[in-house]
Design a protein around this ligand. Sequence first.
Ligand code: GDP
Ligand code: MG
Ligand code: ZN
Length: 310
Amino acid sequence: MKGLVIKNTGSWYVVHTEEGDINCKVKGNFRIKGIRTTNPVAVGDRVDITVNPDGNAFITAIEPRDNYIIRKAINLSKESHIIAANLDEAFLVVTLAHPVTSTTFIDRFLATAEAYRVKTTLLINKIDLLLEEEDKQYLDAVTYLYRSIGYDVMHISGLTGEGIDRLRERIAGKISLFSGNSGVGKSTIINDLLPGLELRTAAISDIHDTGMHTTTFSEMFPVPGGGWIIDTPGIKGFGTIDFERGEIAHFFPDIFEISHDCRYNNCTHTHEPGCAVLKALDDHRIAQSRYNSYLSILDDLNQDKYRKPY
Ligand SMILES: Nc1nc2c(ncn2[C@@H]2O[C@H](COP(=O)(O)OP(=O)(O)O)[C@@H](O)[C@H]2O)c(=O)[nH]1
Ligand SMILES: [Mg+2]
Ligand SMILES: [Zn+2]
């Protein structure tokens, strides 16, 4: 029987089939070549399952994935966790206030999504809180920056419902991943989109004070009329995969475009003479925040190098 993996609780997978949702275990070895993952099967996987006469059900095969997104484990075990597979689109929920999402976080997410070829839209939530002229100008600047790079940017409020109808149209019939820091309003937005679901939402103070949101299991919810939403609770950092030093710029479209004019084709855009990126930074044709995010990934690689045991 064919099905769709809609939940992963660690040892069990819930598979959605025409005969209902079935709890399954995994049989067989589905490791991705060259990557050690904590979960061989991921939410969003299209699978074959077999139900034994004793009632135990097993996932026996996974269809090839169109794409997938991986997060490195927080520890140094070099293991990765597949967050979700077969995505049509990712929505990164960010807030400019309460809490502030850092541009580094945004850019690292976008770069990782570029690497996996997952189309990403920025959802700027809690715009009901941006009332001062200064806040509005900052909203405009952030919106302009990411639109000019080529990303879709939507302004929404999970609280007032502003922009939610447009978002509902966008996700119709698609598999959409929602991600973002804790407290930005993911659950609130998903509840707006899927009435009746009633995911737990939390006051920001709760999140900080009680250290909740410790589960990292993704879950898929059906959209009325077709499509699925994938919620990724508790994912703080996102990415980063094992970028190659010379490859990082490929995933920053604004930097990549200009890097064609660098004198050396192995330019890291940090110190090299004739670097078009450094020149563009000087001329404000590349945003300092984007360049800083680029450097932060480069820096990770340097640190990793020192950490490796050879
Ligand atoms: N002012 C305002 N608060 C919001 C909005 N969306 C969510 N919140 C609040 O932000 C807090 C965190 O929301 P939650 O959905 O739990 O965030 P999550 O951790 O990303 O799932 C809750 O107190 C929500 O009521 C919004 O658009 N405007
Ligand atoms: Mg939540
Ligand atoms: Zn350069």
